[in-house]
Design a protein. Structure first.
Length: 95
């Protein structure tokens, strides 16, 4: 059952990545632009302003990195859980 849940999460997250990748550029820029503006105001308050377009590009790259890092973690958990189940199936029971 646990293996099935990891597989389901893996498929759902892959679909999430596919959905985000298929969004039009304007929609994607709006989402990252809002976060970039918020971070720009935060950087300005600290005293280290950064151009919003550079910040937005970095946010988009970071988002891709995080998405695929999470996908890799889910895959590792799915495969390790599957390996654990195979090992447990082969373990002889105590008399």
């Amino acid at each position: 059952m646990k293996k099935f849940l990891w597989l389901l999460l893996l498929l759902l997250f892959t679909g999430f990545i596919f959905f985000n990748s298929s969004l039009p550029a304007e929609t994607s820029y709006k989402a990252s632009g809002l976060l970039a503006q918020w971070l720009d105001s935060l950087y300005a308050a600290i005293g280290d302003p950064m151009p919003v377009d550079r910040l937005e590009a970095r946010l988009r790259k970071l988002a891709h990195f995080v998405e695929f890092a999470v996908l890799a973690m889910i895959w590792l958990l799915y495969t390790s859980d599957a390996a654990d189940e195979r090992t447990n199936d082969k373990t002889p029971s105590a008399p």
